[in-house]
Design a protein around this ligand. Structure first.
Ligand SMILES: Cc1cc2nc3c(=O)[nH]c(=O)nc-3n(C[C@H](O)[C@H](O)[C@H](O)COP(=O)(O)O)c2cc1C
Length: 192
C-alpha cells in the first residue's frame, strides 16, 4: 500500500497564529504516527472573496484549482481554524466555497470533499477553544458531503497550552490530539 498522505491546512495567515502553531503540532504528531504529511500556508493560495460574476467572467482562479488538486493528492485533510464571532473566519469559508466550484475532468463538482477523510481542530485563547467554529466547520463540510471524523480538538487557553519544549502540556489536550490523529489515519486508510 502507498504511504498515507495527509494535508494539514492552518486557517490563519497571521504572524504568530495560534492555529498555525496547533497545525504544526498536529503535523508533527501525524508524521510520528507514520503519515506522509504536507503542511501548507494559505498565503500560497491567495483568493478573492467568492463572486459568481467573477467565476462567470474568468472561471475559477488558478489558486483554487491548485488547492483543490493539492487536496486531491492526499488521503486525508486536517483543517485548523480560528474562531471569529462564534464561527469560521472568511479565509476558511472562502477556500471551501471556491474549491466546491472546481471541476476537473472525469469528476463531479465537489467530489474532492466526498472521496477523503477530514478532521477539524481549533485554537483560541478563550475557554471554549474555538468549539463553536468547529461546529460551524463540521456543518459546512458535512453539507459538502465530506466524511468528517467524530474526534476533534478545541484547544482552550492556547497561549498557555504548551510546555517549554513546545509540546502540549495538558493531558486532556494530548489525549484529544492522539485520538484525532489515530482516527484521521484510520478513516483515511479505509477510504484509500
Ligand atoms: C474578528 C474576530 C472575532 C473573534 N471572535 C472570537 C470568538 O468568537 N471566539 C474566540 O474564542 N475568539 C475570537 N477571536 C479571537 C481569536 O480567537 C484570536 O484572535 C486568535 O488568535 C485568532 O487565531 P490565530 O492566532 O490563529 O490567527 C476573534 C478575533 C477576531 C479578529
Amino acid at each position: 500500500m502507498s504511504a498515507l498522505k495527509i494535508l494539514v491546512i492552518p486557517g490563519s495567515l497571521r504572524t504568530g497564529s495560534i492555529n498555525a502553531r496547533l497545525a504544526a503540532t498536529a503535523a508533527h504528531e501525524l508524521a510520528e504516527a507514520g503519515a506522509d504529511v504536507t503542511r501548507i500556508s494559505l498565503a500560497d493560495f491567495p483568493l478573492p472573496i467568492y463572486d459568481g460574476d467573477l467565476q462567470s467572467k474568468s472561471g475559477v482562479p488558478k489558486h483554487a484549482v491548485n488547492l483543490k488538486r493539492m487536496m486531491a493528492i492526499h488521503h486525508g485533510v486536517l483543517i485548523v481554524t480560528p474562531e471569529y464571532n462564534s464561527s469560521v473566519p472568511p479565509l476558511v469559508k472562502n477556500i471551501i466555497d471556491w474549491i466546491s466550484r472546481v471541476q476537473d475532468a472525469q469528476e463531479t463538482r465537489g467530489q474532492v470533499y466526498r472521496d477523503r477523510a477530514f478532521a477539524i481542530a481549533s485554537a483560541s485563547e478563550g475557554r471554549l477553544g474555538g468549539s463553536r467554529a468547529l461546529a460551524a466547520l463540521r456543518l459546512i463540510l458535512s453539507a459538502c458531503r465530506a466524511t468528517v471524523i467524530p474526534n476533534q480538538l478545541a484547544l482552550s487557553f492556547a497561549d498557555a497550552a504548551y510546555d517549554d519544549t513546545d509540546r502540549l502540556r495538558h493531558p486532556a489536550d494530548i489525549e484529544a490530539m492522539d485520538a484525532l490523529v489515530k482516527q484521521l489515519i484510520d478513516v483515511s486508510q479505509r477510504m484509500m
